[in-house]
Design a protein around this ligand. Structure first.
Ligand code: FDM
Length: 223
């Protein structure tokens, strides 16, 4: 009986600036979900393992230069090539945890000066996350963490403008999809403390899943 009435997996996205602890929290969450008996899959964006992902990787490591719009569209294409697998896994009851998604796509490209709508449009109709957790860290604490790496975008100026763009992205999500789809998480504090905050925010969604609430279809982004 469980197969016909089983609810789908939840689609949970994490966003945030560099050094906010996002990647640590994402992997801890996957472990915690599996301890609770759920099947969860981590999906990183960009997914650098595909052919498109390798072009993105070369760009980020400054091994290749690319027109701003061209690289923006490659980031989007990199999500589209993963979209069918995300929908399939969600339908099969697997919870998908994404480390970045279309919201990073808009925020980082708009921070470079591309028009907001140009940045938003290519991702229209991608699988809609059930919830996006946006991790925020005070700039002072962030600057005390390990130094930036070598990658493109890892500069204070770029992080500052990206933060401003994320605020506009948040407004857009709330306007089009409702306030439950976007949650800001205070990422100041210890790993466990932040992890518990995240777990608390996700509890309603995951309990809803057990109660069958996730039987509603996966939506389409920006639609
Ligand atoms: N990034 C990430 C973008 O510019 N656009 C996108 O669509 C996505 C998903 O790529 F600076 C940026 C954000 C970050 C870099 O970061 C990759 P990590 O360290 O692999 O998460």
């Amino acid at each position: 009986s469980s197969s016909s009435s089983a609810s789908r997996g939840a689609f949970i996205v994490f966003e945030g600036l560099d050094r906010c602890g996002k990647t640590t929290q994402v992997s801890r969450l996957v472990e915690r979900l599996e301890k609770e008996g759920k099947t969860a899959r981590l999906q990183k964006f960009p997914d650098r393992t595909t052919a498109i992902g390798q072009m993105i990787d070369a760009y980020l490591r400054s091994k290749a230069d690319m027109d701003d719009r061209a690289i923006h569209l490659l980031f989007s294409a990199n999500r589209w090539e993963c979209a069918a697998a995300i929908r399939r896994d969600l339908a099969n009851g697997i919870t998908i945890i994404a480390d970045r998604y279309a919201f990073s796509g808009i925020a980082f490209s708009a921070a470079k000066g591309l028009p907001f709508d140009f940045c938003l449009n290519p991702d229209t109709a991608l699988p809609l996350p059930d919830i996006t957790l946006y991790l925020t860290l005070s700039p002072i604490i962030a600057s005390q963490r390990a130094a930036f790496g070598e990658e493109r975008y890892e500069t204070d100026q770029m992080q500052r403008s990206t933060r401003q763009q994320f605020a506009l992205v948040a407004q857009e999500v709330v306007k089009r999809h409702g306030e439950n789809r976007w949650r800001e998480v205070d990422a100041n504090g210890g790993i466990e403390e932040v992890g518990d905050r995240i777990w608390g925010l996700l509890a309603p969604l995951l309990e809803e899943g057990q109660g069958g609430g996730l039987k509603r279809e996966v939506g389409e982004l920006w639609v």
